[in-house]
Design a protein around this ligand. Structure first.
Ligand code: HAM
Length: 423
């Protein structure tokens, strides 16, 4: 029979690698909790309409990257391409936002699905750690999210980061900017890439994201978004920058940073990292003050970010940074003969009841191959039992790192190993 492989653009996370995932997820939960964000888990599929209304009809994600299908009840369902729309939907549905003055700060960790061309750091199923903060329109809330994100990277040990900032301003500023781009680019329309010619009508901001050299020449000269900002939006953006400077966070204002979602207003940001190649955005976010209303809630400001976990792990690897490893020490039970194996089986249960990570091979292999196995599984200690030990009511304890061994009474094994493995 032919083998079945994983779908293109997906990756299995195997036991040898999963400790890294557990570590970054633990750090994400720790940092979110320190900043007082509570966890939210929303479904990985939603009604397709949510993303059309939330992410935006004209965005690349909605246009060409969604996994959309009809379920057996003839409803159009989409695997979530990102986290924000579902979180906003849930916040409205459960009245987390909606009342006057309601505030909420949530975080999530989970998979997202985009039908993109797979490349290093670009998958069809990727995972994000993200946060969303609702109800506070002040720049402090933008900055709290940015600080949390940078703190996350710092705790993971990733270096060589650049925080890029831009502001699209409020709805009116954004419209003004869009008009300014269209008037600037229209005379050059025929020289733009085919995609950008289309975007000139549907989504001119996205032209700034284009990697096509035909577009880049013009993008370098477009009027900056800052020229279209209303006074209120300008003050907001200046305050964001001041708060970051006061917190010693370095940043660069990138006037052509627009990001791929229609929901953004005011502040936008992206963090890029060295050692990642072309897909160098570790994470990005921004403010979306109209989204809650757009999805049927009462007007509520919001801001947040999403950070890709695959890219974070790639950046750590590229920068040769090792994550702190906290694996429990494994105890391996080695038996010489069937009677010893039976005794060890009982001991195994006792060790596990005492929360000591322990294992053995019950297949009756030689002592030598049991030791080999212990080595391969990276055990810290072995307990060796044979007829002599059974008769004496003892066991041999071997420290596999130092090679030291000693004989200890059977009734002291659990306490002794508890002490050793806790270190
Ligand atoms: P995004 O920039 O599309 O934003 O994604 C956030 C991060 O997820 C990216 O910077 C990248 O690290 C990772 N990512 C995205 N797509 C892929 C992919 N195909 N393969 C691997 N990694 C990927 C959002 O999703 C917004 N919802 C962020 C946000 C939250 N804005 C406000 N709140």
């Amino acid at each position: 029979m032919s083998k079945i492989s994983a779908p293109r653009g997906t990756a299995d996370i195997l036991p040898a690698e999963s400790w890294k995932w557990q570590t970054v997820e633990r750090i994400a939960r720790e940092v979110a909790s320190v900043y007082h964000f509570g966890e939210i888990r929303t479904p990985i599929f939603e009604h397709t309409e949510l993303f059309h209304r939330g992410v935006g009809e004209a965005s690349d994600i909605v246009n060409k990257e969604m996994y959309t299908f009809e379920d057996r009840g003839a409803r159009s369902i989409t695997l979530r391409p990102e986290g924000t729309a579902g979180v906003v939907r849930a916040a409205i549905e459960h009245s987390i936002v909606g009342q006057e003055g309601a505030r909420a700060k949530v975080y999530y960790i989970g998979p997202n699905f985009r039908y993109e061309r797979p490349a290093a750091g670009r998958l069809r199923q990727h995972h994000q750690f993200g946060v969303e903060a609702f109800g506070v329109a002040e720049p402090e809330q933008d900055v709290e999210c940015i600080l949390l994100q940078m703190d996350f990277y710092r705790r993971c040990g990733v270096r060589d980061l650049e925080l890029q900032l831009n502001s699209l301003g409020d709805r009116e500023s954004k419209q003004r900017y869009r008009d300014a781009l269209v008037s600037y680019l229209t005379p050059f329309q025929a020289q733009l890439s085919e995609d950008s010619q289309r975007r000139l009508q549907s989504n001119p901001l996205r032209i700034l994201d284009s990697k096509d050299p035909r577009d880049q020449e013009f993008c370098a000269k477009v009027p900056p978004a800052a020229d279209s900002l209303s006074d209120k939006s300008r003050v907001h953006f200046e305050r964001v920058q001041k708060l970051l400077t006061d917190s010693d966070v370095r940043f660069r204002v990138n006037p052509s940073l627009v990001r791929g979602f229609d929901y953004y207003t005011e502040t936008l940001w992206e963090v890029v990292a060295g050692g990642l190649g072309a897909q160098n955005a570790l994470g990005g976010g921004g403010r979306y003050d109209a989204l809650v209303e757009q999805l049927g809630g009462r007007p509520t400001p919001g801001v947040g970010f999403g950070s890709g976990l695959e890219r974070l792990l790639l950046a750590l690897e590229g920068q040769a940074v090792s994550l702190p490893r906290q694996d429990p020490k494994l105890v391996w039970l080695v038996s010489h003969g069937t009677a010893a194996q039976e005794a060890n089986w009982k001991l195994l249960l006792e060790l596990r009841a005492a929360s000591i990570t322990a294992d053995m091979d019950p297949s009756g292999r030689s002592v030598k191959s049991q030791f080999k196995l212990a080595d391969r599984e990276q055990a810290g200690y072995c307990i060796v039992v044979g007829d002599t030990e059974l008769a004496a009511g003892s066991a041999v304890l071997k420290d596999l790192k130092s090679g030291e061994q000693s004989t200890i009474p059977r009734d002291q094994i659990v306490a002794k190993l508890k002490e050793l493995t806790a270190r």
